[in-house]
Design a protein around this ligand. Structure first.
Ligand code: CA
Length: 210
């Protein structure tokens, strides 16, 4: 506690009221300001209005699904997205599609795990914003500009999600060094836990390679 701003605003987009209420109550108890939308379109509107620091987004939503909500929300302004899925296989599929979420949790999960992920994601974004490493890096055809959070390939701007950016940046800072999945999880995602997390690394690395 206390590492992230206690006034951080979080938007939850989840159509199951019991889950939405439980997650909102827990985040409020942790000191966050929380707003809830129960369908995709309202979620997009809410994000445009609130300009939240983080979005918790269920994949299966009435109206427009989480995939499309993520795209629309990210189009307006970059914001970290924690996506909730019903199946592990769905997570792999979504990362493969390059949906642009920064982290994924498969239901059911514990409230404690949920809060840990939210805090890790907020910390990561804050750390990136603090610009601890702002020197541009050139690695072969890649130019990485941490101050602007831009990556260019042969001079052409490459679209990456915040997580993908952090992953490439971290790898490029120490070329030739082999990282374990655990190291990447800890350094990029800000936590190190079981196999679900390691799968997240695999999926994101696959997305970046594409
Ligand atoms: Ca749902």
């Amino acid at each position: 506690m206390g590492e992230t701003s206690p006034t951080a605003t979080i938007v939850i987009v989840e159509d199951e009221p019991a889950i939405a209420d439980a997650l909102a109550a827990r985040l409020r108890a942790e000191g966050f300001a929380v707003e809830v939308a129960h369908d995709g379109l309202r979620g997009v509107e809410l994000c445009a209005r609130m300009e939240p620091d983080l979005v918790v987004l269920d994949v299966m939503l009435p109206g427009i699904d989480g995939h499309e909500v993520c795209r629309r929300v990210q189009r307006d302004r970059p914001v970290p997205v924690l996506m909730l899925t019903a199946l592990d296989a769905e997570t792999d599929l979504l990362v493969g599609l390059g949906v642009g979420a920064d982290d994924y949790m498969t239901k059911p999960f514990s409230q404690r795990e949920f809060v840990a992920r939210v805090r890790a994601l907020l910390r990561r974004v804050q750390r990136a914003a603090d610009g601890s490493a702002t020197r541009a890096i050139t690695a072969g055809p890649l130019t990485i500009d941490p101050a602007r959070r831009e990556i260019r390939l042969d001079g052409r701007l490459v679209h990456l999600t915040p997580t993908e950016f952090d992953l490439v940046h971290r790898l490029a800072q120490r070329p030739g060094i082999v990282f374990t999945r655990e190291q990447l999880l800890e350094e990029v995602w800000g936590y190190a836990d079981g196999t679900a997390g390691e799968r997240t690394v695999d999926s994101h690395v696959a997305a970046v390679r594409r």
